[in-house]
Design a protein around this ligand. Structure first.
Ligand SMILES: Nc1ncnc2c1ncn2[C@@H]1O[C@H](COP(=O)(O)OP(=O)(O)OP(=O)(O)O)[C@@H](O)[C@H]1O
Length: 242
């Protein structure tokens, strides 16, 4: 094992992973600098979620290495990976996955409450994040009384309350209508930028990737052609075969 460069918060090399014999990642390497917003762009089934699961320690790749802040993740035992995820990483899925019996601030505060932070501090931090994301006024509402875009912003707040080093966002706006997507993305990226939080997000939409500092593409589990985000309007995101 060779330690990664110091300035990469995440560094993964030659990742290979199969699901029940079907290859999902085939030799993927990625590095993410601290504070960077990286988009992983690819069509359905290209391996984006599998890559995010490997980078965030939810999955140990069959082959390859994952490092976080110059420490190996792929060799950690499950309890240590769980602690890493709880203490240093945030997660946003395509569906907000809120607890229906908890209101918005309780959902947002959940990661703090679960790790034993005090009730008052957790509530204050959650409320602050809801306000930064323009949904402070719905803090006492339950998920069933929120719009989908509001629910997704609660999920964004939940990913940020613990001041994580990295937020992983797996197709974070996939379930939203187009006008809501840019808004939720902007709230996530501007919150991350102002708090120096690194974001790795997946998407199949080049428009979403535009919000990132840098984009890497995946096609059939392999790295696709590099596509600088700034050039994306004149470029097709996929090779001609896709
Ligand atoms: N738990 C699993 N069991 C079996 N096959 C899986 C599993 N997870 C993913 N796959 C398969 O691995 C490949 C990559 O899936 P993955 O979800 O990583 O891609 P993706 O780009 O995120 O796609 P999507 O946008 O559809 O979620 C696909 O062929 C998928 O069917």
């Amino acid at each position: 094992m060779v330690a990664p460069p110091d300035n990469d918060v995440l560094w993964a090399r030659a990742l290979r992973h199969s699901h029940r014999g079907d290859p999902a990642l085939i030799g993927v390497s990625v590095n993410v600098r601290a504070g960077e917003i990286l988009a992983v762009l690819g069509p359905r089934g290209s391996g984006k979620t599998t890559l995010l699961h490997c980078l965030s320690g939810q999955l140990v790749p069959d082959e390859g290495e994952v490092w976080f802040n110059s420490a190996p993740v792929h060799t950690l035992a499950e309890p240590a990976r769980e602690r890493l995820r709880r203490d240093r990483f945030g997660w946003i899925g395509g569906d907000a996955q809120l607890m229906p019996e908890l209101n918005a601030w309780e959902n947002a505060a959940l990661p703090m409450l679960l790790r034993g932070d005090g009730h008052r501090r957790s509530r204050r931090t959650a409320q602050e994040w809801l306000e930064r994301l323009d949904i402070g006024d719905v803090a006492r509402k339950r998920p069933a009384d929120l719009t989908q875009a509001q629910r997704q912003r609660v999920a964004v707040a939940r990913s940020l309350v613990t001041a994580p080093a990295v937020v992983f966002a797996d197709e974070p706006t996939a379930a939203l209508h187009r006008p809501d997507r840019a808004h939720v993305l902007r709230t996530l990226t501007s919150a991350a930028r102002s708090h120096d939080i690194t974001v790795v997000l997946t998407t199949s939409d080049p428009e979403i990737a535009r919000h990132a500092d840098r984009t890497m593409t995946l096609v059939d589990g392999r790295p696709g052609a590099p596509m600088p985000v700034r050039d994306r309007e004149s470029a097709s995101p996929w090779p001609a075969s896709v």
